[in-house]
Design a protein around this ligand. Structure first.
Ligand SMILES: NC(=O)C1=CN([C@@H]2O[C@H](COP(=O)(O)OP(=O)(O)OC[C@H]3O[C@@H](n4cnc5c(N)ncnc54)[C@H](O)[C@@H]3O)[C@@H](O)[C@H]2O)C=CC1
Ligand SMILES: CC(C)CC(=O)C(=O)O
Ligand SMILES: [Mg+2]
Length: 364
């Protein structure tokens, strides 16, 4: 009898509840097929928590997360809350939960499914062999620095500060080197060291520890060039490590190599096995409530949870293979469909994936 794993479920706003509902079906199917046991507890977070509790991150939700083995998050935010006072902004909640849970590392794999090359913005021959991971520093940099406004003779001035300590850079760089060692042993450290002092320190620290990983080939790439090379030579990247804001932007760009941001899963990790798993996308207010969002990013985030927090490699592979079977069979949500008239909805996609797990659970 396997140990019961506690999972905090935070659906959030917009399409968050729609995609999380499909991921919860996958959790249930995994219990049935593999005998693993999950105990789930739901928490309010984001705009819905502002409406119901007056704060984006209620203490009760944080407690649910802290007492769990892992967290599954949908997405938060939306126009209703985006212009609230600072302390009520949804991103205060999102940044707050990452900091409070010590999740300094955000792992965002962009693996291209062969059958989805048609949906990518790039030509198939450029995409060939693309399989990369963005390792984004998650609790430092400009998103977490002091921000304020002041009056000047030219009107208001707004200030965002960006700070990184050596230890913050070192811990994320070490994790990226270790991930690279288990893959194709190539690490691109992305910064803006020709201009930014934080980037100069970033590069110094990465260079200082690089000799400890002699099997990893290290390149430094300036962020503007990286944004271009991701479209020009995506297959040459293996692991990309970068600071918070650059990683946020580059991973959305990398999403388009896979066909849609609705395909990109993520794991946010700290020192131990605890992790928060969420799709890279936001709450997509433009399509929320229509039942057309792509649940695959969230479902693949469950696979990451199984692999990285629980060590359930069999169940992780079963999910990933099930997604591949469904996509190979030609099923598409609107975001990845070339012929939009044939697109299926969120629930239909989730149902097809759990049905395919029947086959893949036997195969692994
Ligand atoms: N982790 C989180 O909770 C995040 C929250 N946000 C918040 O989400 C809200 C909307 O932000 P946006 O900039 O519009 O980014 P977004 O990622 O929500 O949407 C960008 C575009 O991608 C599409 N899209 C996103 N996920 C999709 C899916 N699963 N299936 C099909 N299409 C999908 C949307 O329809 C939209 O056209 C904002 O309030 C923002 O602050 C944004 C990013 C991350
Ligand atoms: C509040 C933002 C930093 C959310 C976001 O875009 C992300 O984490 O990808
Ligand atoms: Mg983002």
């Amino acid at each position: 009898m396997s140990e019961v794993k506690k999972i905090a479920i935070i659906a959030g706003d917009g399409i968050g509840p729609e995609v999380v509902a499909e991921a919860e079906k996958v959790l249930k199917r995994t219990e049935e097929l593999f005998g693993y046991k999950f105990e789930t507890e739901h928490g309010l977070f984001g705009g819905i928590a502002i409406d119901e509790k007056g704060t984006p991150l209620p203490q009760e939700t944080l407690d649910i997360c802290k007492s769990a083995d892992a967290v599954l998050l949908g997405a938060v935010g939306g126009p209703k809350w985006d212009n609230n006072p600072k302390e009520l902004r949804p991103e205060t909640g999102l940044l707050g939960i990452r900091k409070a849970l010590g999740l300094f590392s955000n792992i965002r794999p962009a693996n291209v499914f062969d059958c989805l090359k048609e949906a990518s913005t790039l030509k198939p021959e450029v995409l060939e062999g693309t399989d990369l991971i963005v390792v984004r520093e998650l609790t430092g940099g400009i998103y977490f620095g002091d921000k304020f406004r002041r009056d000047t003779e030219n009107g208001q001035e707004a200030v965002d500060t960006c700070a990184y300590s050596e230890s913050e850079v070192e811990r994320i760089a070490r994790q990226a080197f270790e991930i690279a060692q288990k893959r194709r042993k190539k690490l691109a450290s992305v910064d803006k060291a020709n201009v930014l002092e934080t980037s100069r320190l970033w590069r110094e620290v990465v260079n200082r520890i690089a000799p400890e990983y002699p099997d990893v080939e290290l390149e430094h790439v300036l962020v503007d060039n990286c944004a271009m090379q991701l479209l020009r030579r995506p297959s040459s990247f293996d692991v990309i490590v970068t600071e918070n804001m650059f990683g946020d932007i580059l991973s959305d760009e990398a999403a388009m190599l896979t066909g849609s941001i609705g395909m990109l899963s993520s794991a946010s990790l700290g020192e131990g096995s605890f992790g928060l798993y969420e799709p890279v996308h936001g709450s997509a207010p433009d399509i929320a409530g229509q039942g057309i969002s792509n649940p695959i990013a969230t479902i693949l985030s469950v696979a990451l949870m199984f692999r990285l927090t629980f060590g359930y490699e069999d169940a992780a592979q079963s999910i990933e293979n099930a997604v591949k079977i469904v996509l190979d069979a030609g099923h598409r949500t609107g975001d990845i469909a070339v012929d939009k008239s044939k697109a299926i909805g969120t629930t239909a996609m989730g149902d097809l994936i759990i049905a395919a797990m029947e086959k893949t659970a036997v195969a692994v």
